[in-house]
Design a protein around this ligand. Structure first.
Ligand code: PMT
Length: 396
């Protein structure tokens, strides 16, 4: 596990109950978490809750004489790899935007060196208040990441913008803040999941691709700073925050979506398990099962990746190869045939549907083995490798 040190600031709002879940998510991801609460936050939840979840004493008071560290406002930020404040009240945001440091948490924020993320939580009128909106503009200009807020039911009974994001989404942003940004400012187009070729009104031909590898690549590209568009077959996964998803069904739909987006892309990564054939003699209505033998006529689908590499000015292209035997031989032949600077080869028996995978990256320099690991970890390595080759090719 890639353990990092996270400083979590908790200010006084009803959304504090979600911060406990956030701590759980961060600890589960392998991070060490140190909580600092404001006095008002302790009115909602006692420090002992966070102490129990993190295994570390919670800091509240700047002038706590029990502690040996009289420089906590400096040492804690130097300790941290990332600093997240959730929930962040309107009062805390106002202090942050104006450099006010009048308690431990606001002083820590002023003295920080690591990335700072804030998850606002407040009533919709407070969120829309012009003074608060001015503060948000200022904080963005100062490089503070503003997470959300979401819209929906509020504790006060009103409905609108100002709800704190859910813990899971905040944890994704914290993880992203910890990753290097070699693709900042780049646009990445990714295909993922299976395609589905219709036979009749209810039946079709598809494959067991779960989309997990493609969605992991999308998350890794987003974490690396890219603007990500994900063209996705039918899967039951949530796209990473910040990724634009275009849903498709058949290979032809996927090709159309890719063609509409590819001109804007700097990098194209084809992870989808595209059906190689579609049904020529499709039926509008459900076919009755009275025929003993049903004959389907199959015609080849267009090759989406080959279409992209054949363009006049193609983006940097990365392909996948899913093989059931002779992995290296078949994958390298595919890489050369499709004119790919980079291809990720995997064995279909162990890759498809699984949470982890084992990949061999093939490029002009040869093979680079990525041993069995969680698909996200592999996706981060693949994206880092692609970013290096892209930078070399484009001399950036
Ligand atoms: O979704 P998961 O359950 O996580 O499984 C992941 C995976 C096994 C599907 C993934 O890791 C993978 O290997 N994806 C590529 C699957 C595939 O179609 O491989 P292929 O060897 O048939 O195709 C080679 C390349 O051409 C692929 O980049 C593919 O997206 C692309 N292709 C193929 C056919 C076609 N008509 N159009 C294409 O663009």
């Amino acid at each position: 596990m890639n353990q990092k040190k996270i400083l979590l600031g908790v200010t006084g709002g009803i959304a504090v109950y979600k911060s406990a879940e956030l701590v759980r998510q961060l600890v589960k991801a392998g991070h060490e978490v140190q909580v600092v609460m404001t006095r008002s936050a302790t009115e909602f939840v006692g420090p002992v809750t966070f102490q129990a979840l993190t295994g570390r004493d919670v800091f509240v008071d700047m002038w706590d004489k029990q502690r040996g560290d009289s420089m906590a406002h400096i040492s804690l930020t130097r300790w941290a790899d990332a600093f997240v404040v959730a929930p962040a009240t309107a009062n805390f945001l106002a202090k942050l935007a104006n450099g006010i440091a009048d308690d431990l948490l606001s002083t820590l924020a002023a003295a920080r060196e690591c990335p700072l993320l804030v998850a606002p939580a407040m009533n919709k009128q407070m969120w829309g208040n012009p003074a608060n909106q001015r503060n948000i503009v200022q904080l963005k200009a100062d490089g503070v990441a503003i997470l959300g807020p979401a819209s929906g039911f509020q504790a006060c009974g009103e409905v609108g913008e100002g709800r704190m994001l859910e813990a899971e989404e905040i944890a994704l942003h914290v993880d992203a803040a910890l990753q290097p940004k070699p693709l900042a400012g780049k646009k990445v187009l990714i295909t993922a999941g299976p395609t589905f070729e219709r036979i009749d009104a209810v039946r079709g031909i598809t494959n067991p691709s779960s989309g997990k590898m493609g969605y992991a690549v999308a998350r890794a590209a987003w974490e690396a700073g890219a603007e990500v568009t994900l063209v996705s077959g039918q899967v039951s996964l949530t796209p990473p925050p910040g990724c634009r998803r275009i849903d498709v069904v058949s290979a032809q739909d996927m090709l159309n979506a890719v063609n509409a987006e590819v001109d804007a892309a700097d990098i194209f990564i084809g992870v989808a398990a595209v059906a190689d054939y579609y049904v020529l003699n499709q039926s509008e209505q459900k076919i009755k099962k009275d025929a003993h033998i049903l004959t389907l006529e199959l015609a080849p689908n267009p090759d989406i990746l080959a279409n992209v590499t054949a363009r006049d000015n193609p983006p940097f292209c990365v392909g996948f190869a899913a093989e059931s035997e002779n992995l290296l031989e078949y994958a390298e032949a595919k890489r050369r045939r499709k004119k790919l600077p980079l291809l990720a080869a995997n064995l279909v028996q162990t890759a498809i549907g699984a949470d982890d995978n084992e990949i061999i990256l093939l490029d002009d320099e040869g093979e680079h083995r990525l041993p069995r690991a969680d698909k996200l970890e592999l996706a981060r390595k693949l994206v880092a490798h692609a970013a290096r080759l892209y930078a070399r090719q484009n001399k950036v």
